[in-house]
Design a protein around this ligand. Structure first.
Ligand code: CDP
Length: 219
């Protein structure tokens, strides 16, 4: 079974996916972490030939989304924490706007999903990566609520920043993700809209769980 989820920054995709993945024995694939890893590569190994670097990168997704490492030039780098910094967040939209890099990562994502039970989240999963997914969801929340959630996360890893800065960063990234030419973030016609403003993670996970149960019941 394939569950595909798209949505803007801070809509809760990754936290909710981890809960749902564990409860329903699905493999969680965080595609944003893959784009972030390429942004990290550009910072550490240079921006030249980034698509070729992406092609030569092996992603090691472990512990159901809790750990991500890459194998690059024969060396393994644990990027779990490194890719969550504000520096990488501000770089990633440029990486994600590159059509060559997207083609390479989309192919890898489709390969990971083939023949397995997955819950995959990102910006173009319902539209480009897994358009035939069994369940398609567009997860969102107000920009203010999303900024609050992100702010808390950053504090948690000691990257405290001012709320207004976080809100600005979120709005800027939404704008870039929704207006870019290549695979912009949009709600596909057949995706279910799930507005999570005011809902707890567990409540959102329960709603997705209901969709999974109902799908299984009918198939
Ligand atoms: O967790 P957050 O919502 O901040 O972002 P993310 O899921 O880690 O993704 C980081 C960035 O990667 C997004 O802002 C998008 O620009 C890009 N991305 C994308 O273009 N396509 C995807 N399937 C996933 C992420």
């Amino acid at each position: 079974m394939q569950v595909a989820i798209d949505g803007p920054a801070g809509s809760g995709k990754s936290s909710v996916c981890k809960i749902v993945a564990e409860k329903y024995s699905l493999t969680y694939i965080d595609t944003g972490a893959m784009y972030r890893s390429i942004a990290w590569l550009s910072v550490h190994f240079g921006e030249d030939n980034l698509a070729a670097k992406a092609e030569n990168t092996e992603f090691i997704l472990e512990d159901n989304g809790r750990k991500i490492s890459i194998k690059y030039n024969g060396k393994i780098y644990d990027l779990t924490k490194e890719i969550r910094t504000p520096e990488i967040s501000s770089k990633v939209a440029f990486v994600a706007a590159d059509s060559d890099i997207r083609k390479i990562l989309v192919k890898k994502q489709q390969f990971y999903a083939e023949g397995s039970d997955v819950i995959m989240e990102g910006r173009d999963i319902t539209t480009v990566v897994l358009p035939n997914a069994d369940i398609k969801i567009f997860l969102t929340a107000s920009p203010e609520e999303r900024a609050k959630r992100r702010f808390k996360e950053w504090e948690g890893i000691d990257k405290a920043s001012e709320y207004t800065k976080v809100l600005e960063e979120i709005k800027k990234r939404d704008e870039m993700d929704m207006t870019r030419k290549e695979s912009p973030l949009l709600q596909s016609e057949d995706a279910v809209l799930l507005d999570t403003t005011g809902l707890s993670l567990e409540q959102v996970a329960d709603k997705i769980g209901e969709m999974i149960i109902s799908y299984k019941h009918n198939h």
